[in-house]
Design a protein around this ligand. Sequence first.
Ligand SMILES: [Zn+2]
Length: 277
Amino acid sequence: MKSTCTHLLLLFVVFISACSPKGPYALTNKFYKDKTKDFTETIKQELPATLTDSSGMAIPSEFVGTVNFGIRKPNFVIIHFTAQDSVQQTLKTFTVTTTQTSAHYVIAKNGKVFHMVNDYLRANHAGLGKWGSVTDMNSCSIGIEIDNNSQERFTDQQINSLLILLAQLKKAYNIPQANFIGHQDFAPKRKPDPGPLFPWKTLAQHGFGFWSDDLLELPPENFDYTIALKLIGYDTSDLNAAVVAFKRHFVQTDITPQLTQLDLNVLYNVYVKYSGQ
Ligand SMILES: [Zn+2]
């Protein structure tokens, strides 16, 4: 009986919070607003540099505000799958501090787009990794999470919404075609997303990232696949992980760490596209 009462009370609380005029995320929205206010205070600071020489003497310094400046813009888009069972679960994950993770956008299976972090702010989505010489990817990218349990196909509604969102981001921030990549590409040693089911070919047809041509040439005799992977952007410090990440993105039919002749042809073709950037 006591347990039934507790359940009823819990149901009541859930019902009230879901029906509150401000919605179930009223508290976390307030948290977000307060935090952005703190950041506003940070960028308003007009502090001179505090530098000291090797003997500890202060180096003269003064703040003089310029009249020519702007706000920094994202230059990459990183695509993820959530590997969770529902978009509600992901919204929850990104609105509790214990997880320390977030993304700018989450796209639900029905195509609904949740915007969770302003594009000019830093979301915690990419973590440790390396693409070319970029290591702090969170500071220069937009993170997009797609609701997907990692084993299923992405829905048409999700891809439609994604393409519209990407077009807007590409235009707003002038993001180069080469800079639309997956989490797996940035962090091959740690991350498998968005995986081999993700339609990179469709994205490339719309100008987001690259895909190999239908007709492939053999690479030249002296073709070095490690250098090619590196020049595309992959961290080759774990070569097998880099090959698997490349195949998850550009081959997709098999994701073993071996490069077949077909894989090498694809790699050469994609490498030429990246080098032409
Ligand atoms: Zn991810």
